[in-house]
Design a protein around this ligand. Sequence first.
Ligand code: NAD
Length: 369
Amino acid sequence: MAANKKLLMLPGDGIGPEVMKQVQTIIDWMDKRRHVSFDVTNDVVGGAAIDKYGQPLGDNTLADAMGVDAVLLGAVGGPKWDNVERDLRPEMGLLTLRKEMDLYANLRPATVLPAMAKASSLKEELVSGLDMLIVRELTGGVYFGKPRGIEKLADGTRKAVDTQVYSEAEIERVCRLAFELAGKRSGKVHSVEKANVMETGVLWRQIATEIGADFPDIDLHHMYADNCAMQLVRQPKQFDVIVTDNLFGDILSDCAAMLTGSLGMLPSASLGAADSDGRRKALYEPVHGSAPDIAGQGIANPLAMIQSFAMCLKYSFDMGEDADLIEQACKNVLDAGLRTPDILEAGMTKISTTDMGDHVTKELDKLSA
Ligand code: NAD
């Protein structure tokens, strides 16, 4: 089949290249067994780009990212680059990509497979089977609002200011996306803000309600962010899709992440606006960082990266069936008790990063036989 699906692979630093390699294994499998080909371009980002191009994101890399259907990123950063100046730090490569691609929505699923429920800090019955999605607004709000800064006052003390600003358009596009996603899931949206004490919260609630009217089949709930934090640890399975602003999303998605128990299992997607053909700029990456403490040892868990690729198939290429197949293969490997050291439990078999990739492809073989 003609290769018309353009992917840019940016493995990055630390364990990034190790986990990305397992995605390549799956891409090769898809090419051979499903006759689905991708045009894959490889490049560097973060510390590796500082070493190669003298900056954390090369100009040509950015141009390539703007031209492909999806970017897959491993992780950036590491002690080698800890002391470079702020604008040249590895994470600036990632931040520049997000900004230039205008990736305004960050999607973080938090799922707990029954086989992994023991790894959660909550009781097994509270999390087993959890399947929720947090949609976080990513390019607005208090992290970007002006004025901001620290100033010295006449009396010699200091004052710090951050500003939470949201336009109607910024809230509308992320809420609309959340409703669309909920339509493909179990059809429930929790819109989360602090309308009781924040003007941006009042506007957020008004707009979520207005957008909700366009989606009569979706069950819309409004919830204050502090209550949402409580509910996430009290009864997380009540949630399907949560849509919230940048700051609350940052905190609540980390909280939801920990319900699943393992950083090495968490994928994410960041999506931009759809063009006239319905195609969105998109970047897929695991939630974890470059894990310099285990880099080069062949023991990193590649499942977050592999599942980020599954998200890519679902959201960028409308290949939900293939995405489901990959997710099922990952689940089967875990059910068989095969684990990288980060998720190892008593009585299970310890395997390497490469073994995990190979076992997932073996399961893919079995599932599609
Ligand atoms: P980290 O996520 O890299 O690691 C935290 C802990 O989790 C470590 O003990 C690590 O070994 C473990 N871990 C992470 N991913 C794992 C995996 N796939 N398999 C097994 N174990 C895994 O976070 P950190 O230690 O705070 O940061 C390390 C570096 O990564 C820093 O330079 C930081 O700036 C960078 N970072 C990058 C991103 C990103 O690229 N998006 C995100 C977070 C941190």
